[in-house]
Design a protein around this ligand. Structure first.
Ligand SMILES: NC(=O)C1=CN([C@@H]2O[C@H](COP(=O)(O)OP(=O)(O)OC[C@H]3O[C@@H](n4cnc5c(N)ncnc54)[C@H](OP(=O)(O)O)[C@@H]3O)[C@@H](O)[C@H]2O)C=CC1
Ligand SMILES: CC(=O)N[C@@H](CCC(=O)OP(=O)(O)O)C(=O)O
Length: 308
C-alpha cells in the first residue's frame, strides 16, 4: 500500500485538530506532526510542507499565504481551509458536487476549501443559476445560523468562559457592514452579478449550520416542485443530497452536528419559497470537506473515513 505523507499546518486549531484526529485512524496515510514547540517555526513548517504529498493549511489567512510561499516542491498538493485563496487564480474550489469540479480536483495542486457559510449558500444557489431558474443579475439575501465553533479557538473560549456576558445566551447577528469574507466566493462560484445581502447569526451551541435563502416566485422560472426536482437531479453523488424532512415542522441548526454530509431543500409554496441547507460548519463546512477533497485527489473513494 502506498503511504501518502500528510502535513497539517495549524493542527492545534479547531479545524486542524479535527482533521488530525480523523486521519490518525487511517492506515494509508503517514501523518507528519510537528512537536508543539515547533508548530509555528517557519523552518520546521517549510521542511514539512515540502516533504509532504498533501498539506492541509488550517491557519489564519496571512499564515496560509505565508505557508504557500514556503513551498518549492512542485508535487506538494495544498488544501487550504482559510479564506485566502478561494477566488484566486490557479486554485480549484473544493466543492466536487458542482459541475466540472470533481474532475478538476483529481489533478489540482492548489485546492481552496469552501467557507462554511458559503458552502450552504452555493449549494442552494449555484444549481439554480446553472439551470436558468434564477437569473444571474438577481439580488438575493441569505441568513445563516452557525454554532460558535465557527469562530475558531478564540470564539470557543469566549462562549465557554464561566464569566461570559449574558448576551451570549441569545443568537447574535454579525457582519453588519455587509463585507463578510465569504461574499466574494458566494458571488463568484454562483456566477452572480452581485453580492447577496448576507446576515450570519452565531448562537450558543457548539456546531451545526442552517443557511437559508428566501426567494419569491417572480424571480424564479420554476415552481417549488421543479426546484425540489432540480436539486434531486443535481445532487446525485458526493456529500450533498436533497432532504426536506423536518422535526415536527421545525428544523434545527444543530441536526447535522458531527456529520460530514449536507441536506439541501426547498420549502414553502408556489409564491414564497425558502431554500435551506443544513450541515456541520466543522464537517462539510471545513474538516469533512477538506478530507473529502484529499480523498478525491488521492483517487480514493471520496467518502473514505468520513462520518455520514
Ligand atoms: N472553525 C470553522 O468552523 C471553520 C474554520 N475555517 C478556517 O480554517 C482556518 C483555521 O480556523 P480555525 O481552526 O477555526 O482557527 P483556530 O484559531 O481554532 O486555529 C488556528 C490555528 O492556527 C495556528 N496558527 C496561527 N498562526 C500560525 C502560524 N503562523 N504558524 C503556524 N500555526 C499558526 C493557531 O495557533 P494557536 O493555537 O497558538 O492560536 C491555531 O492553532 C481559518 O482560516 C478559518 O477561517 C474554515 C471553515 C470553518
Ligand atoms: C462564527 C464565525 O465567526 N464564523 C466565521 C466563519 C468560519 C469560516 O468558515 O471561516 P473561513 O472563511 O475561513 O472558512 C465567520 O463568519 O467569519
Amino acid at each position: 500500500m502506498t503511504m501518502h505523507k500528510i502535513f497539517i499546518d495549524g493542527s492545534a486549531g479547531t479545524t486542524g485538530l479535527r482533521i488530525r484526529e480523523r486521519l490518525s485512524e487511517r492506515r494509508d496515510l503517514e501523518l507528519m506532526i510537528l512537536p508543539d514547540e515547533l508548530r509555528k517555526d517557519t523552518a520546521a513548517r517549510s521542511e514539512m510542507l515540502n516533504k509532504s504529498d498533501i498539506s492541509f493549511l488550517c491557519l489564519p489567512d496571512q499564515a496560509a499565504i505565508e505557508a504557500v510561499s514556503l513551498i518549492e516542491n512542485p508535487d506538494t498538493v495544498v488544501i487550504d481551509t482559510s479564506t485566502a485563496h478561494r477566488t484566486a487564480d490557479g486554485w480549484t474550489y473544493g466543492m466536487p458536487e458542482l459541475t466540472g469540479l470533481r474532475e478538476q480536483l483529481k489533478t489540482a495542486t492548489r485546492i481552496a476549501n469552501p467557507g462554511c457559510h458559503a458552502s450552504g449558500f452555493i449549494a442552494l444557489v449555484r444549481p439554480l443559476v446553472e439551470l436558468g431558474i434564477i437569473q444571474k443579475d438577481i439580488a438575493l439575501s441569505c441568513f445563516s445560523l452557525t454554532g460558535y465553533s465557527g469562530g475558531g479557538k478564540k470564539m470557543i473560549a469566549e462562549y465557554e468562559a464561566q464569566d461570559r456576558d449574558p448576551l451570549f445566551d441569545a443568537p447574535r447577528i454579525y457582519a453588519l457592514g455587509q463585507s463578510h469574507k465569504h461574499l466574494p466566493e458566494m458571488k463568484r462560484v454562483c456566477g452572480l452579478d452581485q453580492d447577496p445581502v448576507f446576515s450570519p447569526i452565531v448562537a450558543d451551541y457548539y456546531s451545526g449550520m442552517e443557511v437559508s435563502v428566501p426567494v419569491t416566485r417572480d424571480i424564479l422560472s420554476a415552481s417549488l416542485k421543479d426546484i425540489q426536482t432540480a436539486y434531486r437531479d443535481y445532487y446525485k453523488s458526493g456529500l450533498i443530497r436533497y432532504d426536506d424532512s423536518t422535526e415536527g415542522g421545525l428544523i434545527s441548526a444543530s441536526a447535522f452536528s458531527g456529520r460530514d454530509d449536507m441536506a439541501v431543500a426547498a420549502y414553502g409554496n408556489d409564491d414564497r419559497i425558502t431554500l435551506i441547507a443544513r450541515f456541520d460548519n466543522l464537517g462539510k463546512g471545513a474538516s469533512g470537506a477538506a478530507i473529502q477533497n484529499m480523498n478525491i485527489r488521492l483517487g480514493l473513494d471520496e467518502a473514505e473515513g468520513l462520518i455520514v
